[in-house]
Design a binder for this molecule. Structure first.
Ligand code: AMP
Ligand code: GLY
Length: 424
């Protein structure tokens, strides 16, 4: 069987790594991939949202199955286009992916179907948004409606800050069309957790929990990033919470999508705030998270290929998801300056040594092989994911692995999984 993985980050490397371990030994392709993925798959230099080029690739290579990583491809309608041509593909349609690609659509859906979320208002006009922000208690959260590469959310302490964030989105268009409309949202406090589920539109299977670390610096300081590390399980997550998230969030969400004539198949990723009054959804993504996928894939026992095919075929009820009990910790190394401006092309050393540390996997994000050298090619460069008998052991192993790796400007957080340890 030939599988094409669409995307080229750490998430896709982890998906490729897991698919490569399928007993069915599929032949893997990846577009565009990266230097790490190239060790497992044939990488083709095609952008993840270039649908005509991807179609051509599928035809030429006679690909049997396509797995989509990033939201940009879903937003571009890859699932619609491929399904219409009889190509088997894992992910939601463009309309179903609006759960991620339009925050206003998502919030309105929550409201209509009583799914717990932060209070909010949607604005299409700058003046209305500014007026509302001025008379609303702060902190207030300003969100660009559309896809903004993880940068569209600003938590504002004062009305001045909200005014600046609203103007940046609606007037200065720093997120392009994604900021034409904004959502102004009540600020919630609590612990955050990412819960992912896979659904075929009928059956919903919740994956193990994971906790992202979004801020660039230790102690959750500094600006938001795509994610500087993750651990699984999330310390705050209990069986009880899993069943309440399933009952109050995933079941009504999948039902709501059916009612809206946008039946959902694929991954549902709920970013939750665990508030004193129960879990509330901050956002829903229509895909696997990055870096949450890295610890999840090393913990998943079930063949990912079985899960993917059962989801496409509407037979997810026949698959049991099994997990290794050992926790996993993923530490991301980023380029100097990330999440702001950064330079590329720095030589990366020590990945082989890191991979030899017991329990460690190195997953590449922004890397490139040129001649004999491995070079940096993105903001998030690579990650080390380790498992261990305890969270502390997993953490130690991940940091031991990371200590083998170096490149100019490299930085990573030293406290991934620490909060998980601080708790009994
Ligand atoms: P989002 O992309 O919507 O998940 O937002 C990115 C980050 O902003 C989240 O992980 C939270 O840390 C923060 N955030 C988003 N919405 C809220 C909210 N309503 N209250 C507090 N923090 C929020
Ligand atoms: N780690 C956050 C995300 O994938 O959206």
């Amino acid at each position: 069987m030939k599988i094409l993985i669409v995307g080229g980050g750490g998430r896709e490397h982890a998906l490729a790594w897991k698919l490569a371990r399928s007993p069915r030994a599929p032949q893997l392709f990846c577009a565009p991939g990266n230097a790490g993925i190239a060790e497992l798959a044939t990488c083709v230099d095609t952008a993840a949202d270039n649908i005509p080029a991807l179609l051509e690739l599928v035809r030429k290579q006679q690909i049997d199955l396509v797995v989509v990583g990033p939201e940009a491809a879903l937003a571009a309608g890859i699932v619609d286009e491929f399904t219409a041509r009889g190509i088997r593909i894992f992910g939601p349609t463009r309309e179903a992916a609006q759960i991620e690609t339009s925050k206003a659509f998502c919030k309105n859906l929550f409201r209509k179907h009583n799914i717990p979320t932060a209070g909010y208002r949607v604005f299409d006009r700058l003046e209305d948004a500014l007026r509302y922000a001025e008379k609303t208690p702060h902190p207030l959260v300003v969100k660009a409606d559309g896809l903004a590469a993880g940068k569209g959310v600003t938590v504002c302490a004062t009305p001045e800050e909200s005014a600046a964030a609203i103007e940046a989105a609606m007037k200065d268009r720093v997120f392009g069309r994604a900021g034409e409309r904004v959502v102004l949202e009540e600020f919630l406090t609590g612990e955050e957790a990412s819960i992912l589920a896979v659904t075929d539109g009928q059956t919903i299977a919740i994956l193990e929990s994971a906790q992202d670390h979004k801020r660039v610096n230790d102690g959750d300081q500094g600006p938001n990033t795509g994610g500087m590390g993750a651990c699984s399980p999330a310390s705050v997550f209990t069986e009880e919470l899993a069943s309440s998230v399933s009952r109050e969030i995933f079941v009504p969400l999948v039902h709501a999508m059916k009612m809206e004539n946008r039946p959902y198949r694929g991954i549902l990723y709920a970013g939750l705030m665990l508030t004193r009054t129960g879990p509330k959804v901050l956002e829903v993504n229509a895909r696997f998270g990055d870096p949450e996928t890295q610890p999840l894939m090393v913990r998943l026992k079930t063949d990912l290929l079985d899960i993917v095919e059962a989801t496409i075929d509407g037979k997810l009820s026949r698959v049991d998801l099994a997990w290794h009990p050992d926790p996993a910790v993923c530490v991301v190394a980023a380029s100097g300056g990330y999440p702001g401006e950064f330079s590329r092309g720095h030589e990366i050393r020590g990945t082989e040594e890191a991979a030899r540390v017991p329990g460690c996997q190195v997953f590449h994000s922004g890397t490139l092989r040129k001649g004999g050298s491995l070079l940096t090619a993105g903001g998030r460069v690579l990650s080390v994911t380790a498992t261990g008998a305890t969270m502390a052991a997993a953490r130690d192993a991940a940091y031991r692995g990371m200590s083998c790796i170096s490149f100019d400007g490299m930085h990573y957080r030293r406290d991934i999984g620490q909060r998980a340890l601080a708790r009994p």
